[in-house]
Design a protein around this ligand. Structure first.
Ligand code: 5GP
Ligand code: MN
Length: 345
């Protein structure tokens, strides 16, 4: 039996379904999670809920419009509710991460120990296949939203007819694909453009989505971007561009999670830059975002030096202090060393 039919049967046999996504959810995580919840509840009549490990960034809150109060549970607001939900679920999905290890420390143990059947839908490298009954894993797609789009389209009750799906489902898929491609700037495949075209033909208002995504920030974001590029950005002789968004700068610009989305891509515009790294200070660690150009592996760099991973040219991880570096002030020296070692000829 192919995966689609197996999935169809699994859904038919389940009644309470929970969908989990990765910590620090981005547009693709939320988009794929919401689209799946919309399909499962709207088309299949299931009790389906999206479980988010931490909070939804303000800049993506518009994505929840059209979804009922109970459709999304977040660990930071209702940890007990999330735990009860997982233990009472008879089918679990893991979206936009290669295993439950990116579900955050609150949810991971509950998800792993659940006896419910588990399904993975993801586009990252190295999926943890053994933890799932069904695995949909492809790296030659723009986003989890694109992979989920293809899966949902093939479901027997949809038969390729997008008009049968709730508009929230179609819009969520378009939104997640748009953010993961950085509005069609990277990871675009022929299927990605087909998807966009089909969604628009089915009535998705792309202009509205673009306006919500890109014309709706606080002024602080742009001022912070300008500050980082002018005062903070450094480029090593080997071609590593880096910016360090430490606590002092966060305070100065009243920084909120999600407001630095896309910043790490900007230095790639410079010809001699081969790799770009953005460090964002958090409690006891920096969150690390890495982007690279063809021929340099952001994924390898994230795995080797930053306790992380991701895609070939877009990856991320963490840098702990005092574990990896003595204190936040040691970040620059660490990056200089990484650059020298990793980009050495
Ligand atoms: P971003 O820089 O947008 O936060 O993340 C870029 C990519 O790296 C995403 O595909 C994300 O899944 C991956 N990534 C970010 N942080 C981590 C991490 O801590 N661990 C792993 N394994 N991947 C990460
Ligand atoms: Mn993704």
């Amino acid at each position: 039996m192919n995966n689609i039919l197996a999935l169809d049967t699994m859904i038919a046999e389940a009644s309470r379904i929970s969908v989990s996504v990765h910590i620090h959810p981005d547009g693709d995580a939320l988009g794929s999670g919401l689209a799946l919840v919309s399909y499962l509840s709207g088309m299949r009549g299931k009790d389906a809920v999206l479980l988010v490990p931490d909070s939804v960034p303000e800049s993506l809150a518009f994505m929840l419009e059209g979804f009922g109060e109970g459709s999304v549970l977040t660990c930071n607001q209702d940890l007990e509710g999330v735990r009860e939900r997982i233990s009472g679920s008879d089918l679990l999905f893991c979206l936009d991460c290669s295993s439950f290890s990116r579900s955050g420390e609150d949810m991971e143990p509950e998800l792993r120990s659940s006896s419910a059947p588990k399904v993975l839908v993801d586009h990252h490298l190295n999926p943890e296949r053994d933890s799932f009954g069904i695995v949909f894993s492809e790296t030659e797609v723009s986003s989890t939203c694109e992979l989920l789009f293809r899966i949902i389209k093939e479901m027997p009750d949809v038969e390729g007819d997008l008009a049968r799906l709730p508009m929230e489902c179609l819009e969520s898929l378009m939104t997640g694909m748009t953010t993961d491609t950085n509005n069609f700037a990277n990871s675009v495949f022929p299927g990605t453009l087909n998807m966009a075209s089909e969604l628009m033909a089915a009535g998705v208002d792309r202009d509205r989505i673009l306006s919500c995504l890109y014309h709706n920030y606080r002024e602080n974001r742009l001022r912070l971007m300008g500050y980082l590029l002018d005062r903070n950005l450094e480029i090593t002789p080997e071609g590593t561009a880096f910016m360090i968004l430490d606590r002092a700068i966060q305070k100065r610009f009243d920084f909120r999670q999600g407001e630095s989305e896309g910043f790490v891509n900007l230095p790639l515009a410079i010809s001699r830059v081969r790799m770009s790294i953005l460090l964002t200070e958090e409690e006891g660690r920096f969150r690390v975002s890495i982007r690279s150009k063809e021929g340099t592996s952001a994924n390898l760099c994230a795995m080797r030096y930053f306790n992380g991973g991701g895609h070939e040219m877009a990856a991320g991880g963490k840098l702990f202090f005092p574990g990896n570096i003595p204190s936040p002030e040691g970040a620059k020296a660490y990056i200089l060393k990484v650059s020298e070692e990793f980009l050495a000829k």
